[in-house]
Design a protein around this ligand. Structure first.
Ligand code: HEM
Length: 149
């Protein structure tokens, strides 16, 4: 959709706030903790999501935070965490290892002002990218699938 690597690294910085349900996490925790995850962070995540079964449980409300230091602040703690192996989702952690995105992760981790400026510009660009409004598109009930007719 016309966003470059720098914009993607900035936008994913939104994961600096909020949480992830265990159903979206257990595949990285069981039977073994994903090797990309820092040891202490892996222990924290297993504490939050103590069983692999969370995946099957639709009532699952267990969750883990991406940014435990400043969970309610949109800041570059997310990027700092990625450099320490504390990426919650695979899509998060891979930003720090992929050569296309890693330089931006490092720069944003070092400079919150640069993160904020890039995030704001990328969000505006996304909003100008011809989003469908009114009856033109659909709001998905499950974001992974087009709604059933
Ligand atoms: C490759 C792109 C992305 C993927 C695969 C992705 C995936 C996810 C997943 C799986 C969750 C956890 C949902 C749950 O377990 O309840 C999540 C949460 C969240 N995402 Fe993303 N995301 C992406 C991009 C973005 C972008 C671009 C933004 C905003 C600019 C964003 C903002 C958020 C926020 C704020 C939460 C936390 C929601 C809450 O705590 O209720 N994400 N994302």
């Amino acid at each position: 959709m016309g966003l470059d690597a720098e914009a993607v690294v900035a936008l994913l910085g939104a994961h600096s706030v909020g949480r992830v349900h265990c159903s979206n996490l257990v595949a990285r925790l069981y039977p073994a903790v994903d090797g990309g995850i820092e040891l202490a962070y892996g222990a924290y995540l297993r504490g939050r999501c103590p069983t692999a079964e969370a995946r099957e449980d639709t009532r699952d409300v267990a969750y883990a935070r991406n940014d435990r230091a400043t969970p309610m602040v949109l800041d570059n703690m997310y990027h700092k965490n990625l450099l320490k192996g504390r990426g919650l989702l695979l899509v998060d952690q891979r930003l720090a290892s992929d050569p296309r995105t890693a330089p931006f992760v490092r720069r944003m981790a070092a400079d919150n002002g640069y993160f904020r400026e890039t995030f704001a510009a990328a969000l505006v660009r996304m909003s100008e990218n011809g989003p469908l409004t009114g009856g033109q598109g659909e709001v998905r009930k499950d974001c992974r699938f087009v709604n059933a007719k």
